[in-house]
Write a protein that binds this ligand. Structure first.
Ligand SMILES: *[C@@H]1O[C@H](CO)[C@@H](O)[C@H](O)[C@H]1NC(C)=O
Ligand SMILES: *[C@@H]1O[C@H](CO)[C@@H](O)[C@H](O)[C@H]1NC(C)=O
Ligand SMILES: *[C@@H]1O[C@H](CO)[C@@H](O)[C@H](O)[C@H]1NC(C)=O
Ligand SMILES: *[C@@H]1O[C@H](CO)[C@@H](O)[C@H](O)[C@H]1NC(C)=O
Ligand SMILES: *[C@@H]1O[C@H](CO)[C@@H](O)[C@H](O)[C@H]1NC(C)=O
Ligand SMILES: *[C@@H]1O[C@H](CO)[C@@H](O)[C@H](O)[C@H]1NC(C)=O
Ligand SMILES: *[C@@H]1O[C@H](CO)[C@@H](O)[C@H](O)[C@H]1NC(C)=O
Length: 522
């Protein structure tokens, strides 16, 4: 079927790469306006906009990258660092001795839907798209979340062990979607990436025969109790998955204890879910998952709990992490962004960090167009770009060490999705025309992912007066400084940045803009 052709196309890329010259230097955005506030940048098999690889001017100067509702997309600029303040006005002061968390990375998810969309393009356009995310001319993604078996962004319902009663997982087998679609794309992305990718696995549902409701969807959890047969088999299912992917040279940095465990506690939940209470998750990790992983060849794989909305914090973390038997197998707490507006970051993320500073916080899912009031794809929506940047800045300022977007690519309806739970993505594919659009949200990701390398450490910023600006600052491992600023309002004023190590930067944040400033300190 068509998928075989697509698979052939992606495998064919291995031969193509030698001939495709990567776009070097910078290419301008080919903007198209669909009437949603701003433009998308259109790319095809031979052209895509890019800032290229970024290098900073010598100390005494700074680099800036601007994206705005008015149409700038990572527009590069440079200026001189002044020795004297211009006085008055707003000043943002970098406070390097206030040190916080270190960055792990940024990325997106290789769902079945993302793979189907990427593979619907010609080999050349697939290459352009994956370069945009993963190559050094791209935006520096280093994290890829990989759903284990089907989720709503699949075209059918399946798990890797659908034979009833197969407690020893003798018939465990990866799906066509893994072998023909996701794995070849992940290998290709890995080939483009200058560093080993951090792969992150999450399961949506256990096989129906292990569950109280006998179905992948709806309200249901594992039969029996932690330590019992189903719970042990479900832990082994993770180990098998890691082993199978390892055969393709894809090793996982981390796994989560399961996508959105609260969904599987809701009556008639419409797509794949597996309910866990925090107590059951704690005991499953302590008795089953932790020991199984420890005894396996994947014992270095990190375990992240929750993988659900932050409104469940700090309660969920308290229940699970207060238990030493579970806590010793756990590395972090994974959060989704849905309903973030209703729960201040300080009382969820901030409090969890202060209670359990030895566990890191990591963003594992977020997307625009999920709310019933604002559904699906909106080409060129600047509002959604601001939603992303706002949430990322808020997370980073509350100890989160990375942020993972949802589907890497969707089609123009925001799918495919078997329950029609259509949403938006930073990359929207038009297979008929063999093109893809980079949404404003793509650049929101870029303002962080391209500049905040692994190991970048957040530092303090103090504002000389009240401001609506949102900002976060980091010192990278090579001691250069990165300051990211979001202005969500509709006019422009001047402000200055003071880095005591180098001097004053006089600049401005235009209305509805994102600005990344970066400079060397030595
Ligand atoms: C790709 O886009 C570029 C820039 O818009 C254009 O010049 C070129 O003709 C396009 N190539 C194809 C194959 O459509
Ligand atoms: C840090 O890395 C950036 C990007 O590679 C480079 O432009 C800059 O000069 C480096 N700074 C130092 C101090 O090495
Ligand atoms: C900076 O300010 C000092 C004292 O306020 C002054 O003496 C000096 O000339 C100024 N330097 C520049 C470059 O304006
Ligand atoms: C595995 O599948 C085969 C047929 O495909 C079946 O004969 C066998 O009983 C299955 N094993 C288990 C444990 O279910
Ligand atoms: C995995 O990587 C090793 C070493 O880089 C290589 O020799 C081997 O061919 C790779 N295997 C596959 C299946 O890609
Ligand atoms: C759940 O679905 C069943 C069958 O469709 C229906 O009868 C029931 O009313 C639903 N319950 C709720 C709470 O929506
Ligand atoms: C951002 O725009 C708003 C528009 O009302 C303005 O009040 C604010 O001063 C601007 N911020 C900066 C730093 O330019």
């Amino acid at each position: 079927m068509a998928a075989w052709w697509r698979a052939a196309a992606v495998l064919g890329l291995a031969f193509l790469t030698a001939q495709v010259t990567p776009s070097s230097g910078s290419n301008k955005c080919v903007g198209r306006n669909f009437g949603h506030g701003s433009v998308v940048c259109q790319c095809n098999s031979t052209y895509c906009d890019s800032v290229g690889s970024v290098s900073l001017p010598p100390p005494g100067q700074f680099a800036s990258y601007l994206s705005s509702m008015a149409g700038s997309r990572l527009e590069p600029g440079q200026g001189k660092v002044q020795m004297n303040s211009t006085g008055g006005g707003l000043r943002l002061t970098i406070v390097p001795f206030q040190k916080y968390q270190k960055i792990r990375g940024f990325g997106g998810a290789m769902t079945d839907a993302a793979a189907i969309n990427i593979l619907s393009l010609s080999a050349g356009a697939q290459d352009q798209l994956l370069r945009q995310y993963f190559s050094s001319e791209g935006i520096g993604y280093s994290v890829v979340r990989v759903p284990m078996a089907s989720c709503d962004f699949s075209t059918r319902l399946y798990t890797y062990a659908d034979t009833p009663g197969d407690y020893n997982l003798e018939n465990f087998t990866l799906a066509h979607e893994d072998i023909r679609m996701k794995i070849p794309l992940l290998q290709y992305a890995q080939g483009l990436s200058p560093q080993p990718l951090y792969l992150l696995a999450s399961a949506w549902s256990a096989p129906a025969w292990m569950k109280t409701n006998g179905a992948l969807t709806g309200k249901g959890s594992l039969m029996g109790k932690p330590g019992g047969r189903e719970h042990k088999t479900w832990a082994q299912y993770y180990i098998k998955f890691l082993e199978e992917y390892a055969k393709y040279n894809l090793t996982f940095w981390a796994l989560t204890t399961g996508n959105e465990p609260s969904a599987g506690q809701m009556t008639n939940y419409s797509f794949q879910a597996l309910g866990f209470t925090p107590e059951e998750q704690r005991d499953w990790v302590a008795l089953d998952l932790g020991p199984a992983l420890h005894a396996s060849s994947s014992s270095r794989t990190h375990v992240l709990i929750l993988d659900d909305n932050r409104l469940l914090l700090p309660h969920w973390a308290k229940v699970v992490l207060n238990d030493v038997h579970a806590g010793r197998y756990i590395h972090g707490v994974a959060v989704h962004w849905y309903a973030d507006n209703f729960v201040p970051a300080e009382i969820s993320l901030g409090v969890t960090h202060h209670l359990y500073p030895e566990y890191y916080l990591f963003g594992t899912e977020g997307c625009a167009g999920w709310s019933p009031l604002d559904r699906g794809v909106k080409l060129g929506s600047w509002d959604r770009a601001e939603q992303y940047a706002h949430d990322i800045i808020e997370d980073l300022n509350n100890y989160v060490v990375g942020w993972t977007d949802w589907n890497l690519a969707l089609d123009q309806t925001g799918g495919p999705n078997w329950v029609k739970n259509f949403v938006d993505s930073p990359v929207i594919v038009d297979a008929k025309q063999d093109i893809f659009y980079k949404q404003p949200t793509f650049y929101s990701m870029a303002h962080f992912s391209k500049f905040l390398w692994e190991g970048s450490q957040r530092v303090g910023v103090s504002a000389s007066r009240e401001t609506d600006l949102e900002y976060t600052a980091f010192i990278r491992p090579n001691s250069s400084v990165v300051l990211i600023i979001l202005n969500r309002s509709s006019s422009v004023i001047q402000f200055e940045v003071w880095d005591p190590a180098v001097g004053y930067i006089t600049t401005s944040a235009p209305a509805h803009s994102m600005l990344t400033l970066a400079w060397n300190t030595k």
